[in-house]
Design a protein around this ligand. Sequence first.
Ligand SMILES: Nc1ncnc2c1ncn2[C@@H]1O[C@H](COP(=O)(O)OP(=O)(O)O)[C@@H](O)[C@H]1O
Ligand SMILES: [Mg+2]
Length: 347
Amino acid sequence: MGDITIEQMSVNLTNYFARAGIQVELLRCYFSPQAGNFEFKIISAVSLSAFNRVIKEMRVFAGYNYEPLEGGTFRLSRNCDRQFISCGDCAHAIKKAIAEDKDGEQAARQKGYISFGKGNFDFIVTNMDEAAHLLIAGSTGSGKSCLLNSLIMELLCFSTASLILIDPKQGAEFGLYEQDIHKRIYKVAKDNSEALEWLSIAVDEMERRYGEMQAKGLKKYDGNRIVVVIDELADLMMTSKNEVEEYIVRIAQKGRAAGIHLIVATQDPRASVVTGLIKYNLPTKVCLTTANARHSMNVIDCGKGAELLGKGDSYIKLPNSTTLFRCQCANISDREILNCITGKYDK
Ligand SMILES: Nc1ncnc2c1ncn2[C@@H]1O[C@H](COP(=O)(O)OP(=O)(O)O)[C@@H](O)[C@H]1O
Ligand SMILES: [Mg+2]
């Protein structure tokens, strides 16, 4: 934000309110990856119309966004030079989470820790056991591929999970992963018939695991997880809607205990692609910039996804939570991916 510090800016804002006869107290100011943020408390009686006038001036003349918070407090935020996040930054956050997992390192690696990127204050870290199944939506250029690749790399580097990658665009997205020398990627399915075949293999494996769990008297499968990553759900739904929906819903409903998980992405989260059943059964949502408010609504139940800034700017909704977390997702290059899966390049 230029040469002026965030503290100076907050003094300027406080003075601006004071000149309009409104006494506010600064609670805190901080940079999030996308914006400078200022949280204030109103400490004098003010008329609503006077307050609204000042807020409007700040929006129109200085680009400040206003957001009411609890108990007479509010936040002003203004876009700043974006802080881009690399997959390496996420790696640090994941390593820390694994080290702090009270079940020990081996169990933590089996849980499949992932990080989407950086939230307002810290990295957003979860694991496949908690997040279970993910829905990722965002229009072209929103950063879907970068996020999918980051998640795949995180799973390859920090978990014991194996992956099935479904890429209906003839391998345009995941073709790279066929060079994996570690044999952790079972298959890169490159067309609709391979996609259906491998979804059905995943469902069969899930049933087999249930059989094994029953025989051993286990409630939860104790082997390695399998994560099925689908790059473009719309392509699959166009040709084989009923079959695809059935596979996805079956895995989503029963997969968690058997260690079978889904990461499903689409650039086209229309209601005919992300059906009610699919939306309901994929409890973790990542909404990148959407083409319109309706698409955003169909993913995170509000239109805010359409106002995001692209390139990894996102809202995250975790299971059993109604809170949306603003997040700057991680970026990763093809070179970094090849580096890891082939071990050929620089370490
Ligand atoms: N998290 C990110 N950080 C920085 N730049 C990003 C990020 N995600 C995407 N980008 C930029 O945006 C471009 C498009 O991203 P991509 O992941 O290919 O979008 P999509 O798959 O949604 O069309 C990338 O080439 C990259 O330059
Ligand atoms: Mg893409």
